[in-house]
Design a protein around this ligand. Sequence first.
Ligand SMILES: Nc1nc2c(ncn2[C@@H]2O[C@H](COP(=O)(O)OP(=O)(O)OP(=O)(O)O)[C@@H](O)[C@H]2O)c(=O)[nH]1
Ligand SMILES: [Mg+2]
Length: 305
Amino acid sequence: MFSKLREKLSKTRRQLFDGIADIVVGREINDELLEEIETRLLMADVGVNTTQEIIDDLTDAVSREALKDSNQLMLELENLLAEKMVMLEGELQVDTSQKPYVIMMVGVNGAGKTTTIGKLTKWLQAQGKTIMLSAADTFRAAAVEQLKVWGERNGVDVVGQPTGSDPAAVAYDALQAAKAKGHDVLIVDTAGRLHTQDNLMAELAKIKKVLGKLDANAPHEVLLVIDGSTGQNAILQAKHFHQAVGVNGVVITKLDGSAKGGAIVSLAESLPVKLRFVGVGEKVDDIEIFSAKEYAKALVISDNE
Ligand SMILES: Nc1nc2c(ncn2[C@@H]2O[C@H](COP(=O)(O)OP(=O)(O)OP(=O)(O)O)[C@@H](O)[C@H]2O)c(=O)[nH]1
Ligand SMILES: [Mg+2]
């Protein structure tokens, strides 16, 4: 799993963090080098405050003469990045006393919600869970079809209504159906929306509220999907969605592409959420459980190691 993540993240690293390896390896450790590292971290969307903290810690380590050479500096950087992200670790656990366990997917347009549902369904099936999908994205004509394709691929039922229906009503019906059929998990797809569109954010809150009428604890997990190439705007998205519907979990997608991936480092400091998965491709198995240490390693280690 680790090697797959590294392989998939290679593009990110080539652009940014490999840049760090390139400028660090074999160099003398001095202020100039630390400044160059700072620039690279900022370019990788690590965020101003988090970058400053990491550079301060590195500077401390240098002044304590704790770092003997550039290899140790790289290792320290990796440890500091991992430290920032460790609070994000927390595997998605389906509480079996809640039946069905309701997962509501939210996020901006095209972030990868529907694709992640396909991946998540297979991941949950591997744990022996039975799943139903709710096509509460009634906004786009092709959205229901897209979810149905994933449903067929995984052999699970998809409940939905025609385009233009009230998404809250769709989700409500789906929860009723999932209860009646005794499914373990219901995953509710929703239409993409900008975190700044207040009326659409209110619609999301309504879906959540309506689910709560059938089961006071539902949805049990609100999963925010963020495109990994979003940069620091990812933090803003997370805050807005959290405000509207209370996000528990996050999935970062498209880390196989040109994503910088650095915004993840500052996510933990911004919100009390868990980063459940990272998406590394368009196929059903292209999903990984997040591990801070592995992620930091994948970011820092150079390709030829
Ligand atoms: N490379 C790559 N592509 C991904 C990943 N996840 C999703 N995609 C692609 O991103 C595009 C959008 O994915 P969707 O799952 O339709 O996104 P969505 O959030 O449901 O979009 P809307 O419903 O329109 O808001 C599709 O072409 C997916 O194949 C990923 O991890 N890696
Ligand atoms: Mg979708």
